[in-house]
Design a protein around this ligand. Structure first.
Ligand SMILES: Cc1ncc(COP(=O)(O)O)c(C=O)c1O
Length: 441
């Protein structure tokens, strides 16, 4: 493990960059999980990527199992995406007017997802924040229900943790979030239908919306129990509230229509609003929210719910998104599914071989490994896992040239570019990493 920078002289380019970064930005990073706080050591500063591989500032290459946290579904520098971006750049970077690219991206999303209309924004956070405002505007109500361990970006109201009882209003989960903001939020355990029924029984006529990850993947991967998403639809409909299904992570990744494509039609689960991000920007900043026309038409300039953005629908970003979505055919999804299953199988076999207690949980081709043998159905259960073995496992993989998410609570991402060479590299790294995990469990 690399010594923390700041206490010793930097010996690598990443350490030198981290020292400079620490001087100009809090924690040396522009998004907290990048800081390696939960695994220790110095973050690697990446310089370039090609296919399934990324290369750091010191010239070390890694098989990438983060994929920029989801957007790089085709791998790095896919020629179709790079060509589309170069051609858009050649025409100009931003006009602040409507343009063809945003129409095309809107059409691609509406063709794949059960939404009538979409509005483009620049991040997943903006998408969920705007969807909540729209749901409150549509229903004329204020209370938002969310689930503990589901992440929807850093929207003030959603940085909330559960109050003292299941149906008690929530408390701020971050400094700077006023209690008045979370006083209109209920935080419930994921996958817990009785808790949801109790909340609706007590607050039903005040609930504007329930927001949920279509499959939870920000506490490790915790799929919805059979029928859970359908129950959300049934209860919201019965009480005049809206269901917001957040597919920022799962959308366009798990299938052509995300998690909805895996079990929506079967379950009778019908979200009123959906939020998207990551894959639809192909590596550039794009988010979106969409849904039923009667709800979406409340947005400005048609209706009274205000929402706007200087760079929304940016021509370069939408070019990357459209080019990415157009590559995602049945063969790509088959490859993603097979690759994810094989990485999970190899990892699990290595851990079993070393005697490390663990379980793999999937939602389609998103998966994570919990360092516990008990089933994980919600955030409280996720937090019972042992994180020390993960840190040892992570660093051994990193030293062998495999870049995993630097936290035991994050999903692993594969791409269309993960080929036999990448898989052999992962397979070769796993036994030592499993032994490292075994030594600290
Ligand atoms: C399910 C989900 N919703 C929303 C967000 C927020 O997206 P962004 O980081 O683009 O603001 C994320 C980010 O990881 C996410 O996973």
């Amino acid at each position: 493990m690399t010594a923390p920078t700041g206490t010793t002289r930097p010996t690598t380019e990443s350490e030198a960059l981290f020292a400079r970064a620490l001087a100009v930005t809090p924690g040396g990073v522009n998004s907290p999980v990048r800081a390696f706080r939960s695994v220790g050591g110095t973050p690697r500063f990446m310089r370039s990527g090609q296919g399934a591989w990324i290369t750091d500032a010191d010239g070390n290459s890694y098989v990438d199992l983060v994929g920029s946290w989801g957007p790089m579904i085709l791998g790095h520098r896919h020629p179709a995406v790079i060509d589309a971006v170069n051609s858009a750049v050649g025409r100009g970077l931003s006009f602040g007017t409507p343009g063809a690219g945003e129409v095309e991206l809107g059409e691609e999303i509406v063709a794949r997802m059960p939404v009538d209309e979409v509005r483009l924004v620049s991040s997943g956070t903006e998408a969920t924040m705007s969807a909540i405002r729209l749901a409150r505007g549509f229903t004329g109500r204020t209370v938002v229900v969310k689930f503990a361990g589901c992440y929807h970006g850093h929207v003030d109201a959603l940085l909330a943790s559960a109050g003292s009882g299941v149906a008690t209003l929530a408390l701020p989960d971050s400094a700077g979030v006023p209690a008045s903001t979370t006083a209109d939020v209920l935080v419930l355990p994921y996958n817990d239908v009785p808790a949801l029924e109790a909340a609706f029984a007590e607050h039903g006529d005040r609930i504007a919306c329930v927001i949920t990850e279509a499959a939870a993947a920000n506490m490790g991967v915790v799929p919805p129990l059979p029928g859970f998403n359908a129950t959300l639809s049934r209860l919201t409909r019965a009480h005049g509230a809206l269901l917001i299904s957040d597919e920022v992570m799962t959308g366009f990744r798990l299938s052509r229509s995300g998690m909805y494509g895996l079990d929506g039609a079967v379950e009778g689960w019908a979200p009123d609003l959906m939020t998207f991000g990551k894959v639809i920007g192909g590596g550039l900043p794009v988010g979106a929210f969409g849904g039923r026309s009667d709800v979406m038409e409340l947005l400005a300039p048609v209706g009274p719910v205000y929402q706007a953005g200087t760079l929304s629908g940016n021509p370069v970003a939408t070019a990357a998104g459209v080019a990415t979505l157009r590559q995602l055919d049945a063969d790509v999804y088959a490859h993603l599914d097979a690759t994810a299953a094989e990485v999970a199988r190899l990892s699990s076999a290595a851990l079993t071989g070393a005697g490390v207690g663990h379980r793999v949980q999937h939602a389609g081709n998103l998966f994570s490994i919990f360092f516990t043998t008990d089933e994980v159905r919600n955030y409280d259960e996720a937090r019972t896992q042992h994180t020390a073995p993960f840190a040892a496992f992570f660093h051994s993989m990193l030293d062998s040239g495999v870049y995993l998410p630097p936290s035991a609570f994050e999903a692993w991402f594969v791409s269309a570019a993960h080929d036999d060479r990448a898989m052999e590299h992962i397979a070769a790294a796993l036994p030592a990493a499993a032994e490292a995990a075994a030594r600290v469990q």
